[in-house]
Design a protein around this ligand. Structure first.
Ligand code: SF4
Length: 335
């Protein structure tokens, strides 16, 4: 792939919502042109549902739709084989097989850059191997890779700090140069948040919460109902990990621990009126973490609303449940 300006497709789904800025900055610094699929729409979701196996969870089906949207327009797709992104922890196994599943489903399928990312045992060595593998796909090695990695790390960490400060949480909107139209900015003045707004924790996978179509913009809806939203990404790693120490056993799923830690931390905050947990139909880890979070919330007397989404979820029914929950919280406060 040397000496050619490659068009690399990056599906705007799943871990794009956690590492999008890193990936884009890295590839751009290597001189690769990055094309990110548009925000999820009905067309993209329907495309994904038509291609994916029925047993797949909703976010994986949507990922297929994004990959298929890009397939005819790019020279290659970036679909990393994510095994682990931190020591002694793992990513859901569905993501390990994603490159193979896409090769079987997309006809024709462009070349897939499927670098393995496994930081479970030796995080530093694992990261170096992954980064070199990503660059090697374009015939690049040496100091250019180090420089690209430094640029990616710098942007990524600035983005994380912004999230913790409650800044434009729109992970969906992490591309500064091309904000997705209509993306709700959690730090903006939209909605009717006031100083005595009810503080509501909204927990769940980033690829559900920040994908406005897939996640039905729950944070935006809460804010329009007068709530102030707190998201897992607004918390620090220390807050999340400290809260997780209450659990009798360490959760070894990275996202499960992040969600559970955020839930436990928010339950301890007196000024947090309630929690909303957004889950995906067909998600094994969610069924476990959702139940665990709900049990802890019940023990601590913290109101808890579980919303499970699939491709057939109707927005009207979801709005009704959300409004009833918020109404109950207002009554509780004024009782
Ligand atoms: S963690 Fe759940 S929602 Fe995420 S990819 Fe795995 S099964 Fe799907």
């Amino acid at each position: 792939m040397k000496n050619k300006k490659w068009l690399l497709g990056v599906p705007r789904a799943l871990f794009y919502y956690y590492y999008g800025p890193w990936w884009e900055t890295f590839f751009q610094a290597l001189g690769v042109e990055v094309v990110v699929s548009p925000p999820t729409s009905k067309e993209i979701m329907d495309l994904g549902v038509s291609l994916a196996v029925a047993e797949a969870c909703l976010p994986v089906k949507v990922y297929y739709g994004h990959a298929a949207w890009l397939a005819g327009q790019v020279d290659a797709l970036f679909v990393p084989r994510l095994v682990s992104v931190e020591k002694k922890s793992f990513i859901c196994p569905k993501l390990m097989g994603l490159p193979d599943m896409l090769r079987a489903a997309l006809k024709p399928c462009p070349p897939i850059i499927d670098t393995t990312v496994n930081l479970a045992r030796q995080p530093e060595e694992g990261l170096t191997a992954a980064v070199q593998g990503m660059a090697r796909a374009f015939g690049i090695k040496g100091s250019r890779v180090d420089l690209a990695m430094a640029a990616a790390e710098a942007r990524y960490h600035a983005w994380l700090v912004g999230q913790q400060q409650g800044d434009s949480m729109a992970a969906a909107d992490c591309r500064e140069e091309e904000p997705a139209s209509g993306v709700y900015r959690y730090g903006s003045s939209q909605g009717k948040e006031s100083r005595d707004a009810l503080q509501i924790g909204v927990i769940g996978h980033g690829y559900l919460i920040y994908d406005q179509y897939l996640g039905m913009d729950i944070p935006g809806k809460v804010k329009r109902l007068g709530g102030k939203v707190i998201l897992p990404e607004n918390l620090t790693t220390l807050q999340v990990e400290t809260a997780c120490r209450q659990l009798p056993k360490r959760l070894y799923w990275t996202l499960g621990r992040k969600i559970m830690g955020a839930a436990l931390h928010l339950m301890e905050q007196e000024n947090v009126a309630g929690l909303i947990h957004l889950t995906a139909f067909g998600c094994g880890p969610d069924s476990l973490v959702g139940d665990l979070a709900e049990r802890y919330a019940r023990r601590r007397g913290k109101p808890f609303l579980l919303l499970t989404l699939d491709e057939h979820t109707g927005e009207a029914g979801l709005n009704t449940r959300l409004e009833a929950f918020m109404d109950m919280l207002y009554r509780r406060r004024s009782a």
